[in-house]
Ligand binder design. Structure first.
Ligand code: SF4
Length: 224
């Protein structure tokens, strides 16, 4: 059953959710956010992608920047950095254009390709939105990385689409319950933009125990 618009979640949240479910809940349920170098650099790269000319045409390709997308089936909304529309008989009709066009979403990322599929899932979610909005099959898209200055093609397999459906289904359940998972320390914590809000060093300690241990540490530092 399609979601109501009021229940739509941010598409880009799938990156946070895949990185750490607690991080996603802190940002999207509790509205906590903390900038670190990586997030600032990421924003700048996206702003550059969105700020350029909105639409340009090169031969049989239309390039659109900052295109809003949504999916009622997934209950999400977001913005595609760039969508390239390639002329194709299998594509969709576009308002004010002759012929049919197939969309290819492109997402800009700082850094280099990751060992996990976080970026790929985000791009797949964009493709699924475009499929629903334009009633056509979106077979592939691109991830562009600022550090390697290279773009990589991603094929949107059924496995990837199933994973995206499962993730958003889980996110809707968390959101509905306003559920923030407990800290689960992992190697991700080191590079996490929310570590000063999440306080993973608390671990399984209660807040009281943590404060007491901090006071003890402070006192012993003064006496040494
Ligand atoms: S610090 Fe660790 S547990 Fe806390 S939100 Fe970040 S990744 Fe998740």
């Amino acid at each position: 059953m399609p979601y109501k618009e009021d229940d739509y979640l941010s598409l880009s949240g799938i990156q946070h959710f895949e990185f750490c479910r607690r991080q996603w809940a802190l940002i999207h349920i509790e509205q906590q956010w903390e900038e670190n170098l990586r997030t600032v650099e990421g924003h700048l790269l996206h702003t550059r992608a969105h700020d350029s000319l909105k639409t340009e045409t090169r031969n049989d390709i239309i390039i659109t920047r900052g295109m809003p997308v949504f999916s009622a089936e997934l209950g999400i909304y977001g913005v595609c950095d760039v969508v390239e529309f390639h002329r194709s008989d299998n594509g969709a009709l576009l308002y004010g254009r002759d012929g049919k066009y197939l969309p290819y979403p492109t997402e800009y990322k700082r850094g280099r390709p990751k060992s996990n599929d976080i970026d790929i899932l985000q791009l797949t979610a964009q493709a699924m939105c475009l499929e629903e909005m334009l009633c056509c099959e979106v077979k592939s898209g691109f991830l562009f990385y600022g550090e390697t200055r290279h773009r990589y093609e991603v094929n949107f397999t059924n496995e990837l689409k199933d994973k995206v459906r499962k993730r958003f289904n889980e996110m809707h359940q968390y959101y509905h319950r306003r559920y923030t998972p407990k800290v689960k320390i992992s190697k991700q914590c080191k590079g996490c933009s929310l570590q000063h809000i999440c306080l993973p060093m608390l671990g399984k300690k209660s807040v009281n125990d943590y404060i007491n241990s901090m006071i003890k540490e402070g006192t012993s530092e003064k006496t040494t």
